[in-house]
Design a protein around this ligand. Sequence first.
Ligand SMILES: [Zn+2]
Length: 171
Amino acid sequence: MNKKNCHKFKKKKLAGDEHYRNVCQLCGYIDYGSPQVVAGSIVTYKNKFLLCKRGIHPGYGLWTLPSGFVEKNESVEMGAMREAKEEACIKIKIKNIFGVYSIKKRNIIQIIFLSRILSSFCKPGIESLDVKLFKYSEIPWKKLAFPSVKWALKRFKDYKNGKKLPFLGND
Ligand SMILES: [Zn+2]
């Protein structure tokens, strides 16, 4: 049995495991509390960068790369493509892994790809207030939604200056 929300957790130490885990007393489900995976892209089009103005919290009204939580049974690439479609109504082609970031405080692992737009047409998706292509010099650094957006866009310059992909870590 594994009904949604059936869980009644109790801390237990399992055989062969060094840590206490939240184990459901009803169905036996173990909540490891592992990080969730977020997939997204730096999307470029003719030396411009696609950013979405968030229409949802957190970061409402601030600019972000198209990204979001990977869904059940989805690959990270599929997740990144789906998010680009949902947030900016665009089809993208993934070219490379750009960086992998661990956001320990939020218990998230973020995988950022380097992608390009296949269709030049873009418009705000349901979660966005606006979508825009920015030249690097026009990026609204003070109005970016998350530190990871800033890390990735800053590192794009290193990449253009010949540093190799992928960029790992944010420590
Ligand atoms: Zn349960």
